[in-house]
Design a protein around this ligand. Structure first.
Ligand code: PSU
Ligand code: MN
Length: 301
C-alpha cells in the first residue's frame, strides 16, 4: 500500500494519526460539500495536534493519506465503487478505484498501524434484519479488527437496539462520550441508556490501551453525540427517515445501495438540514478522535 511520507514519518515517530474513510465522500454526501467536509475534517484533526489519514483505493492500491487533489477526485469522479471487506480483493485485482466503508477502512488502518478512526456514523443492522439479514459488515469488523472508531452513534434508519445487541455479541466495548445515552446521529438521544460513559479523551484511551495490552482483539466504538446546537428536531428527522424508508422499499433499493439512497433522500426531504447536521457531527467527532489519539500516544510512549 501507499502510505504518504507525512504519515509514515508520524507513525515512525509515534505521533498521533487519525484515519478517515472515503465512502462518506463518494457515497455519503453530494459534491462539493463532500470534498469541503473531508478537507475541513482533516483541518480539525490538525488543529487538535494529530495527523489525518484519509484512506481510499486508487488503481487497485490502498492509499493511506490521500492528497487534497485525490480527495477532490473521490468527491466528483463517477464510478468509484463502495468497498467493504468482501470487495477489497476485487478492486485490488481489477486495479479499480474504491471508496472504503468503515469496515474496509478499519482493515487498511490496522494494516498501516493506525489505531484511531473518525467517521460520522457506522453501518449496523437495518430494520427488518431479523428477516432480511441486512447487517453491515462494519459490525463484523468491529468484532475483530483492532481499531477504535469514533462515531455519532447509529442513525435511526437502522434498528438501533438490534445493532447494540450485535455489538455486545461481538465483544465490542461501546463508550458513550459525555453522556449515558446512546446517540442517534442527527439527535443526541435515542432513549437507550448505556452502561459505559467516558468523560474525557484520557478515559477512553485508558480503556483502549487495556484492550490492546490484554490482546482482546477487535474494535472499540466511541459514541459521541452531536452538539446540541446542531441537533435536528426529532419529529422532522424521524418523518424524513420514515418517508425515505418507504421510498426505498417502493423502488426496491437493497444491499449496498440502501444506505447511500437513504442518506440522499433524507437530505432532499429536509431541504439540506440533515446534511448540515451530518457535517457538524463529523467535525465534532474529528476533535474528539484527535484528542483520544494524542492521549493514547502518551500512554504508549
Ligand atoms: N453512515 C453515514 N454515512 C455514510 C455511511 C454510513 O452516515 O457514508 C457509510 C459508511 O461508509 C459505512 C457504510 O461504513 O455506509 C455502511 O454501509 P453498509 O450498511 O452497506 O455496510
Ligand atoms: Mn447491507
Amino acid at each position: 500500500m501507499i502510505i504518504s511520507r507525512e504519515i509514515q514519518k508520524a507513525l515512525n515517530n509515534h505521533k498521533p494519526v487519525v484515519a478517515l474513510e472515503s465512502t462518506i465522500i463518494s457515497h455519503g454526501m453530494p459534491y462539493p460539500k463532500n470534498v469541503q467536509t473531508a478537507l475541513a475534517v482533516e483541518q480539525v484533526i490538525r488543529e487538535h495536534g494529530a495527523i489525518p489519514a484519509t484512506i481510499g483505493i486508487i488503481n487497485g492500491e490502498p492509499v493511506i493519506g490521500m492528497s487534497p487533489e485525490e480527495i477532490e477526485q473521490f468527491g466528483k469522479r463517477k464510478g468509484v465503487a463502495k468497498v467493504s471487506r468482501r470487495d477489497l480483493p476485487i478492486v485490488f485485482a481489477n486495479k479499480g478505484w474504491g471508496a472504503t466503508t468503515v469496515a474496509a477502512t478499519m482493515i487498511l488502518a490496522e494494516m498501516a498501524g493506525i489505531e484511531v478512526f473518525v467517521t460520522g456514523g457506522i453501518g449496523g443492522a437495518h430494520r427488518g434484519a431479523q428477516n432480511n439479514f441486512d447487517i453491515s459488515a462494519d459490525l463484523e469488523e468491529l468484532g475483530k479488527t483492532n481499531v477504535t472508531v469514533v462515531s455519532a452513534g447509529v442513525k435511526a434508519i437502522l434498528d438501533i437496539p438490534l445493532t447494540l445487541e450485535i455489538l455486545e455479541t461481538k465483544g465490542v466495548p461501546v463508550l458513550c462520550y459525555g453522556t449515558d445515552e446512546f446517540p442517534e446521529f442527527y439527535t443526541r438521544s435515542s432513549g437507550i441508556i448505556m452502561e459505559n460513559t467516558v468523560n474525557s479523551p484520557v478515559e477512553a484511551a485508558k480503556i483502549i490501551k487495556c484492550k490492546r495490552d490484554n490482546h482482546f482483539d477487535g474494535g472499540v466504538l466511541v459514541a459521541n453525540p452531536i452538539p446540541e446546537e446542531y441537533a435536528m428536531n426529532k419529529k422532522q428527522i424521524n418523518d424524513a427517515i420514515e418517508t425515505a424508508l418507504k421510498r426505498a422499499s417502493e423502488e426496491n433499493i437493497t444491499g449496498k445501495h440502501i444506505t447511500p439512497f437513504l442518506l440522499k433522500t433524507i437530505v432532499e426531504l429536509t431541504g439540506g438540514l440533515s446534511l448540515e447536521s451530518n457535517i457538524k457531527l463529523i467535525l465534532n467527532n474529528a476533535a474528539v478522535g484527535a484528542e483520544i489519539a494524542k492521549e493514547l500516544m502518551k500512554l504508549w510512549k
